[in-house]
Ligand binder design. Structure first.
Ligand SMILES: Cc1cc2nc3c(=O)[nH]c(=O)nc-3n(C[C@H](O)[C@H](O)[C@H](O)COP(=O)(O)O)c2cc1C
Length: 203
């Protein structure tokens, strides 16, 4: 008689949801980029949650003097850093201002990119998209954002791209994304971000 082998447990492990921090590069109350991120919270794939960061307006203009005076960073920056650090991935939605990313977003990234006490963007999986009321879909802003993020050593998802143009035609009067094609493209971005996080984390 052999001792019985312990049966192998083939139940797949229950993994915690991937937490995505969503940051819009606009402080405007009815921002299309904010609405796009809100749409993302409603169409996440299983195993993912998206939470929208709503306090970008509290981040002061970057000034190295403030780093000294505030013991590393002002509170609003510490809060943002904590959120980025705790997230499995970051999803940016950027408007285009003068063929680049808005200063408010660049400013926030500049603050967060400062290493001490922890370099929270380095190695972080990140995805980029953008919405505009105009015709060109934020291509140049996304290009500029990609270049800035490249310097932070985060892991930028290469594809798919989502360039949302003529945004006013894609949302209904209550601010809900009503365009099916854009909704499908948004879901594809989220699904790919989930896979990108797995890929970046894989040994
Ligand atoms: C200062 C400024 C510059 C802009 N420059 C561009 C531009 O270069 N290209 C473009 O497509 N839209 C441009 N726009 C339009 C914005 O992209 C558009 O208003 C967008 O909806 C703003 O994003 P939000 O709705 O998330 O606030 C500009 C808007 C402002 C306020």
């Amino acid at each position: 008689m052999h001792d019985a082998y312990a049966p192998i447990d083939r139940t797949p492990p229950v993994l915690p949801d991937k937490r995505i921090l969503a940051i819009a590069g606009s402080l405007r109350r009815s921002s299309w980029n904010l609405l796009l991120l809100e749409a993302a919270t409603a169409c996440t794939p299983p195993g993912m949650t998206v939470s929208v960061y709503r306090d970008l307006g509290a981040v002061p203009l970057f000034n190295e003097d403030l780093e000294q005076e505030a013991g590393g960073a002002p509170d609003a920056v510490k809060r943002l850093r904590r959120e980025v650090s705790a997230a499995d991935g970051v999803l940016f939605a950027t408007p285009e201002y003068n063929q680049s990313l808005p200063g408010v977003l660049k400013n926030a990234i500049d603050w967060v990119s400062r290493g001490a006490p922890e370099d929270v963007l380095a190695g972080k999986p990140v995805a980029i998209m953008g919405a505009t009321s105009g015709r060109w879909g934020t291509r140049l802003a996304q290009h500029a954002l990609r270049q800035t993020l490249h310097a932070t050593e985060c892991m930028i998802m290469p594809a798919p791209a989502l360039y949302v143009s003529s945004a006013a035609q894609l949302f209904d009067s209550s601010g809900r994304l009503s365009d099916v094609a854009t909704g499908n493209a948004l879901q594809a971005v989220l699904a790919s971000l989930g896979q990108w996080i797995d890929l970046v984390r894989s040994p």
